[in-house]
Design a protein around this ligand. Structure first.
Ligand code: FE
Length: 346
């Protein structure tokens, strides 16, 4: 290196050092679409002095943006709301490895995932179950207490569900493929399509409303949407929920499908230390409690207890969740997409 080049490099380094010292910021790309999350970000800034710049998009939008931005990406932390998308982010090389004793201590091993042993880890911070909701006046609980029965001809014309290619369903189907094997899973998907009351549309909350209004009798939803309506300030929403039964499927077999919301440090993070601090904050008691009571999710950190009455009531206190590795749903995604195309699940 010439003297001049060395001088320039030193100048650049000094400039970078000065910038990181004064700019206490964190650039967050988040797919968490829960308005109550504001408190999380405000509390982090209060506790650390680190300001959060947030970009909101859905899981697929965030992954596409990271890829397009490449090394120029300003993203420090990625938060996604689906295990298969986190898996995809890792496989596409969008995360970077980190070392954090605090995260290792707080997050149980099954929620510190890697697609391969050499991979870059991502962390689940909260869980949500994907359950079945039914019209108590028209459907017997024992007719919907397994996922398998969603494909049974006895439930023909009764089911409402969001698009098959939404991440929540792709992950559910990835899990079902893991439990049943590909052949049976495809037959199952075909059966579900045959039982639909209408073409898939809307989000999970729209399926709950469709059961409440009588348009369909059975729906599939993430638990926090149900808890949100049970705890709603709107009396109509609370009344609608009284007509609905909630069942955690497959309690007598492989357990209910559980997905995660989680995150990782971005491959090209410009503030990696702040990024790790933020992930550690999400694993701490304050944020974990917030997941439980602010957004009706189950916290995952060791030693954190939930006291969310809506979740308690819905699950009867506790329930059996599936035990497949959290990476299995991601690994099955290509197969699932092909099956959906073959059976015409929109
Ligand atoms: Fe959601």
């Amino acid at each position: 290196m010439t003297k001049k080049a060395l001088g320039l490099a030193a100048l650049l380094l000094a400039a970078a050092g000065a910038a990181s010292a004064q700019e206490q910021v964190l650039n967050l790309y988040s797919a968490r679409h829960y308005s109550t999350d504001e408190a999380l970000y405000t509390n982090f800034t209060k506790a650390t002095g680190i300001k959060i710049n947030r970009v909101d998009a859905d899981d697929a939008g965030i992954l596409a943006r990271l890829k397009a931005e490449g090394t120029a990406s300003p993203a420090d932390v990625i938060l996604l709301v689906d295990a298969a998308r986190l898996y995809k982010g890792e496989v596409e090389g969008l995360f970077q490895p980190i070392k954090s004793k605090a995260l290792e201590d707080a997050i149980p091993a099954q929620y510190r995932a890697k697609a391969t042993p050499e991979g870059t880890p991502w962390f689940g911070f909260s869980t949500r179950a994907r359950v079945v909701v039914y019209d108590k006046l028209k459907v017997k609980r024992e007719d919907v207490d397994t996922y398998e029965e969603l494909a049974d001809p006895k439930n023909k014309g009764r089911i409402c569900i969001r698009s098959g290619s939404h991440p929540y369903n792709l992950s559910l189907f990835g899990a079902i493929t893991e439990h049943m094997g590909e052949q049976k899973a495809e037959a199952w998907l075909k059966g579900v399509v045959a039982n639909l009351a209408r073409d898939p549309k809307g989000g999970d909350a729209d399926q709950l409303k469709a059961v409440a209004s009588g348009e369909c009798q059975i729906a599939v939803s993430n638990t926090y949407y149900i808890a949100r309506m049970i705890r709603s300030n709107n009396p109509d929403e609370r009344a609608a929920m009284e007509r609905l039964g909630v069942v955690f499927p497959n309690q007598a077999s492989w357990g209910t499908h559980v997905n995660i919301a989680g995150g990782a440090v971005a491959r090209n993070a410009k503030h990696p230390a702040n990024a790790v601090k933020f992930l550690e904050y999400l694993a701490g008691a304050e944020a974990q409690n917030y997941f439980a009571n602010g957004n009706n999710e189950w916290p995952v950190a060791n030693g954190v207890k939930v006291a969310n009455p809506a979740l308690q009531a819905m699950s009867g206190g506790s329930f059996k969740s599936e035990t497949i590795p959290i990476t299995a749903v991601g690994a099955n995604q290509v197969k699932v997409q092909q099956m959906l195309d073959r059976v015409g699940f929109k």
